[in-house]
Design a protein around this ligand. Structure first.
Ligand SMILES: [Zn+2]
Length: 436
């Protein structure tokens, strides 16, 4: 496929916005970015597609989600003020009330939602990583699926670790150019220190990425610093021994060697200046999930400070059970507004950089891009395409999503799966969860 996509604006991100511009794609790659007239005249054999009043940008990246939980959108509204109860109800639904096929359908539906919102790459943490990898593959998205590991009990470390190693081996066997496997020790309150240490070593020796939840809640901070609170009580009820390290989550993860893996850490709300310095020094990356954090009442991560410190920070929807949408443009708007409400300075360009997490439209890059209409009533007039994109647009304005040169969403349809069949299955699953 050789196509020139043109629009009123192209945002390469590696260079300033270009007006009346175009992006040429051949096979999986970008082969030209520049003024439309120039691109069209140098590549006369390419098919030209014009989107008019729209913007072409590098594909959006959802750095932290759980696609398999898409069926739980809106399912936990009553438990949101009690994180412990929220996690419990979620775990029971996920493990006891959803069949393997429900999980697969749920993840695929989530991947469709992502493709529709211009998201080309997903960081997905999953208990059934095989299903999520399949879902991304089916919908045509790029991504890393991190196999989750749980285990707060030191007596079960070797058993739990073996389980993870075996699963990872299987996942590596089905990796594709677009979909890779990683590991995810769930969180400091669900995985004990020795197991965290082993998983960090595994990530290093196997050269796979590591993602985990970190510094998300007050309950987590209390558990680590003082050994009390809801999580401590939960462990005590299960007769699981816990010694509080007496430090912040970030320092704890540093002590255990987790930060040697340059992990992707979701949330990072409860961090002080020393923690931010540690994140910077170790090259850890942050998945900032402002809407999920706000909805669960966990607070606000210091997004502006992360940017200022030069930490690689991306945006994550987290699961739609706590958001309730997978929409990175909406997340970017919320992130910028929330940072400003807290006195931080986050411009629309910084928000866009976080939303695209290092992606850029340059010659030779993988052709991952999104086209966003700028002609909606809510977007006109448009004095600055980046500001209009961040502050007046959402994923619902996306008209085309391309991953590695393939159109995965266009003309209102996800191209590679049957959304009508999936929608019917989602209705079935939710009916069963509601009444069952
Ligand atoms: Zn999460």
């Amino acid at each position: 496929m050789t196509t020139i996509y043109s629009a009123r604006w192209v945002l390469p991100l590696s260079a300033p916005p270009i007006e009346d511009a175009a992006v040429a794609v051949a096979g999986q790659q970008v082969v030209g970015v520049g003024p439309r007239a120039e691109i069209v005249s140098t590549l006369p054999q390419f098919r030209v597609e014009s989107f008019g009043e729209a913007v072409i940008l590098p594909g959006l990246v959802n750095t932290h989600t759980h696609l398999e939980l898409t069926a739980l959108r809106g399912y936990l509204e009553a438990e949101e003020r009690d994180f412990f109860a929220w996690l419990r109800k979620l775990t029971v639904a996920r493990l006891e009330r959803m069949t393997p096929d429900d999980i697969r359908v749920s993840a695929t539906w989530g991947a469709c939602e992502a493709a529709r919102a211009g998201i080309t790459c997903v960081g997905d943490a999953s208990d059934s990583a095989m299903m999520s990898m399949q879902a991304l593959h089916d919908v045509g998205l790029r991504g890393v699926v991190y196999q989750e590991s749980f285990g707060p009990d030191v007596r079960l470390v070797s058993e739990n670790f073996e389980k993870l190693k075996n699963k990872l081996q299987e996942l590596r066997g089905v990796e594709t150019e677009l979909v890779r496997a990683g590991v995810s020790p769930h969180a400091p309150y669900t995985v004990c220190g020795p197991q965290l240490k082993l998983i960090a070593e595994l990530a290093t020796s196997e050269k796979v990425p590591l993602m985990m939840h970190a510094a998300e809640s007050e309950a987590e901070e209390l558990l680590l610093r003082e050994g009390c609170g809801a999580f401590a009580e939960g462990l005590a009820r299960r007769e699981i021994e816990w010694q509080a390290p007496g430090v912040s989550t970030i320092q704890y993860l540093k002590q255990l060697g987790v930060l040697n893996t340059q992990p992707l850490l979701a949330h990072c709300i409860r961090v002080d200046d020393a923690d931010i310095e540690t994140l910077r020094e170790t090259g850890a990356k942050v998945a900032h999930c402002p809407k999920s954090n706000a909805k669960l009442g966990h607070g606000r991560a210091p997004f502006a400070k992360f940017i200022e410190a030069g930490i690689a920070v991306g945006l994550g929807s987290d699961s739609v059970a706590s958001n309730n949408t997978c929409d990175i443009l909406e997340e970017a708007r919320f992130a910028a507004l929330l940072a400003r409400a807290g006195g931080g300075e986050v411009g629309s360009e910084s928000a866009l950089r976080a939303a695209t997490f290092g992606n850029a439209l340059t010659e030779g890059a993988q052709a991952d891009l999104a086209v966003v209409s700028l002609s909606g009533v809510h977007q006109v007039p448009n004095y600055d395409p980046v500001a209009t994109l961040i502050f007046a647009s959402s994923g619902r304005d996306v008209i085309l999503t391309v991953v590695a040169g393939r159109e995965v969403y266009r003309d209102g349809r996800v191209t590679m799966v049957d959304e009508d069949r999936l929608r019917a299955r989602m209705h079935e699953i939710s009916k069963r969860l509601r009444h069952g």
